[in-house]
Design a protein around this ligand. Structure first.
Ligand SMILES: [Zn+2]
Length: 412
């Protein structure tokens, strides 16, 4: 497949008139005047910007079905009074259409890979495969449902060799999993060399609870169990001490920040500057649409950057380039994905329509992508397969209808 006459970002500058040749799910060449022998129809890239696919580093995609169901509440009452009782009624069919709805939305926002944690990971994986996205999918584990732990390893074995789905282990949080559960989750992850996906230090009360009961922070506690390492995606990391930041950096653990969810649930503002200065690999996620309420990393970048500026009382505190780097290079490093518009990289990318008022004048394109992007993703490609072209996603109408039906059924 050939994308003809497209623009690219090169060291932050826009360059135009390039072709991208895709063969067998990878980028075979990027250059001028390329020829495609495959016989596939070429994609017209004129007036469009190609960017590598974005990775949504934390979400619960099935919860897209719960968008708008419970707003304006703090984390614990939100979970205990609204989310957990409804989740207890979720069927696999609800999860299937919630996941497909979430995939649809992510394709529209140029997200080509996501990192998920939820129940029924097989259903999530199957629905994701049908939608064509790449994903890291964790079977969630916590003590209230002890049977979940035993289901993780068979799930990993079933999906280990899939080209698009990478299975992982998802102990929900240090406050919902016992020491024994956390150690078993680590053992499984070590045995299969897979990632551990956990919520960490999201609220002040979580951290206070650990300091009182164990005399250490949740970060120190996970370290005492040997969980901090390069295969860890620690999500939220809002209430970290400088010592916690240095510990995460020293162990090579990845932190995932979800600024919109943290602000909406008033959980707090993560110390991104301190984390970056300490050398933590920080990347970006949306969290579930039930606490965000969308799956849009462009919006996440803007909110993340401007919140930091306010937290540190200076506009210089966080730049567009810094947050763009977190959303792109840092995410690729965390998930070890060879993404980018270079020869040999995975052919996961999207095309953005440059003829939108919010991208004009074409000056500082990274700034536009972070601060002014308001839609306009025209095409999304994953593993060399076109999932959206010219804004059209096959099957979109059915997914919207089925998701609406499932929501009405669930809440009736
Ligand atoms: Zn979450």
């Amino acid at each position: 497949m050939l994308i003809k006459d497209v623009s690219l970002l090169h060291s932050g500058q826009l360059v135009s008139g390039r072709d991208i040749l895709i063969e067998e799910g990878r980028i075979a060449r990027v250059g001028r005047g390329l020829k495609d022998e495959s016989g596939d129809e070429a994609i017209d890239g004129h007036g469009k910007l190609a960017i590598p696919g974005l990775i949504n580093c934390h979400t619960h995609l099935a919860m897209t079905l719960l968008r708008g169901y419970a707003d304006d509440m703090e984390l614990m009452p939100w979970l205990q009074e609204k989310i957990w009782p409804l989740e207890a009624r979720l069927t696999e069919e609800d999860i299937r259409w919630g996941v497909k709805l979430g995939c649809l939305e992510q394709i529209r926002h140029g997200i080509t890979c996501y990192n998920d944690m939820y129940y029924h990971p097989d259903t999530t994986a199957q629905a994701t495969r049908e939608m064509g996205l790449r994903a890291f999918i964790s079977g969630v584990v916590f003590d209230m449902k002890p049977e979940l732990l035993g289901q993780v390893e068979p799930f990993i074995r079933r999906w280990k060799s899939d080209p698009l789905i990478t299975p992982a282990v998802g102990p929900h949080a240090a406050y919902t999993c016992s020491e024994e559960t956390l150690l078993k989750a680590k053992e499984i992850a070590d045995r299969h060399n897979c990632m551990i996906h956990i919520h960490l230090s999201e609220t002040r009360s979580e951290v206070d609870g650990f300091l009182l009961s164990k005399g250490m922070s949740p970060v120190e506690y996970l370290d005492s169990l040997g969980l901090l390492g390069p295969r860890l995606a620690a999500v939220h990391c809002v209430w970290l001490s400088p010592e916690d930041c240095f510990l995460l950096a020293e162990r090579g653990a990845n932190a995932v920040t979800c600024p919109v969810s943290n602000l909406k649930l008033t959980s707090g503002i993560a110390p991104l500057n301190v984390m970056l200065q300490a050398g933590v690999n920080v990347c970006l996620g949306t969290d579930g649409a039930s606490s965000n309420n969308n799956l849009n990393l462009f919006q996440e970048m803007k909110v993340g950057a401007i919140t930091q500026k306010n937290a540190y009382h200076t506009p210089a505190a966080f730049t567009a380039d810094q947050i763009w780097g977190m959303a792109t290079e840092n995410a690729r490093q965390a998930f070890r994905l060879d993404l980018g518009l270079h020869q040999g990289a995975l052919a996961d990318l999207s095309l953005i329509d440059l003829k939108k008022p919010w991208l004009c004048p074409q000056s500082n394109m990274v700034s536009h992508l972070v601060y002014s992007m308001s839609g306009g993703v025209d095409s999304t490609i994953v593993n060399g397969k076109v999932l959206m072209n010219g804004g059209i996603i096959p099957g979109e109408k059915e997914i919207l209808e089925r998701a609406q039906e499932r929501f009405l059924h669930l809440t009736s």
